[in-house]
Design a protein around this ligand. Structure first.
Ligand SMILES: *Cc1c(COP(=O)(O)O)cnc(C)c1O
Length: 389
């Protein structure tokens, strides 16, 4: 891949130069005062980014999947009932994790691909029996569908269940207000809308989740997943005197410190609005090119990525053709429609220029694949949506 290939997949994403420079810093020890200060800042900044001033953050070396396991292994006991709101690939993964933990998993699926499960059906599932947790994927990266987290959190609370949100493709890009919406656990990975390299799992436990952890009957089945091991470490880094449990990914912490600094400086409200604007420009471009998207309605479409059906006569070779134009996009992921669509990430520090480069590359590749559209139609629609106010 040329060093000038623009990375527009739904994570990992293009990184700001200052973030990359943090990775190339001379190695610091894991107890070095500079690393300690950076780690402490990361935890404080995470509370601002998650909009969870009263939360307990956890930052552990591992991918987003580790964050999923950390989030539920510390609150669920074997035999507990879990309701999984299922919108696709990553909801399936959460159900599999919960089953491994010995939970009784009940799933509420969307009526069809591109839809979100009906709130009434979720409420019925919560009514059926006492439920320990309700889990939902905020943005399912396999379909580009965004779920109504605030409404689901309200249902969870009304039925005495903890609300766990997989925000791996949303935290830092989609509006998600953990405290205000009463979400008990939010998890993410460093490489998506947070704009850092892959390799760090982030989890924010709210007060009710911590109480559930304290009330847990069974031991957490894995030492590396155990909040009891990690809590003193996180508290230590915030206090400026960390004890040792397992060596942190030092340079990734330095990089995340820089990227979270950018998020906080931009301000979350401004960031949410920027993502919404860029996403609208992408949707306008797809429409102008005569392409359909997986989400059934625009209100369900995520702001962090697009999932777009190939038009008639075009197949998955489009992804390689776009790559030849200097832009890396992703193919499909949902098993039910994998070969029928492509995905473009639009999160993090992405600018209007990047959006136009990506749309232009897709247009040229579509034309080369025989798809008929007015040259520049997608770009014109995006430019109109991106006009400087
Ligand atoms: C990417 C992703 C994950 C998994 O993260 P990894 O870092 O690949 O382990 C989980 N959930 C969602 C919604 C994701 O987008």
């Amino acid at each position: 891949m040329s060093e000038r290939t623009l990375l527009m997949i739904p994570g990992p994403i293009e990184l700001e130069p200052e973030v990359l420079r943090a990775l190339a810093r001379p190695q610091l020890g894991h107890m070095d005062p500079e690393l300690t200060r950076a780690f402490g800042r990361v935890l404080g900044r995470a509370r601002e980014v998650f909009l969870a001033p009263g939360g307990q953050p956890l930052v552990v070396a591992g991918s987003g999947t580790l964050a999923m396991e950390l989030a539920v292994a510390n609150v669920v006991d074997p035999g507990d009932r879990a309701v999984v709101v299922n919108t696709g690939y990553f909801s399936d993964r959460m159900a599999a994790i919960l089953e491994r933990l010995g939970a009784e998993v009940d799933q509420v699926a969307a009526p069809r691909l591109g839809e979100v499960p009906d709130l009434g059906a979720v409420e019925q599932a919560l009514r059926r029996a006492e439920t320990k947790i309700l889990t939902v994927t905020h943005v399912d990266t396999s379909t580009g569908v965004r779920t109504p987290v605030a409404a689901l959190a309200g249902l969870a609370r009304a039925h005495g269940a903890l609300m766990v949100v997989d925000g791996v493709c949303s935290v830092g890009g989609e509006e998600l207000r953990q405290d205000a919406w009463g979400v008990d656990v939010v998890l993410t990975g460093s490489q998506k809308a947070l704009g850092a390299p892959p390799g760090l799992a982030l989890v924010m436990f709210g007060p009710r989740a911590l109480a559930a952890w304290r009330g847990k009957k069974a031991k957490v089945p894995s030492l590396y997943l155990d909040l009891a091991e990690w809590l003193p470490i996180m508290e230590g880094y915030e206090r400026g005197a960390p004890p040792y449990f397992a060596t942190p990914a030092v340079n990734l912490i330095l990089a995340l410190d820089v990227s979270l600094g950018h998020l906080v400086a931009e301000e979350m409200e401004v960031r949410f609005a920027r993502h919404a604007r860029l996403a609208a420009a992408f949707r306008a471009a797809w429409r102008a090119l005569g392409l359909g998207i997986l989400p059934a309605r625009d209100e369900l479409a995520a702001n962090t990525l697009s999932a777009v059906y190939y038009p008639e006569g075009v197949d998955a070779t489009l992804v390689g053709k776009v790559r030849a134009q200097g832009v890396a996009i992703a193919g499909g992921l949902h098993p039910a429609a994998k070969a029928k669509y492509f995905r473009v990430g639009h999160m993090g520090a992405m600018r209007a220029n990047d959006a136009l480069a990506a749309i232009g590359a897709v247009e040229r590749a579509l034309a080369a694949s025989g798809h008929r559209a007015e040259p520049g139609a997608g770009l014109a629609a995006a430019q109109a949506a991106l006009a400087i106010p």
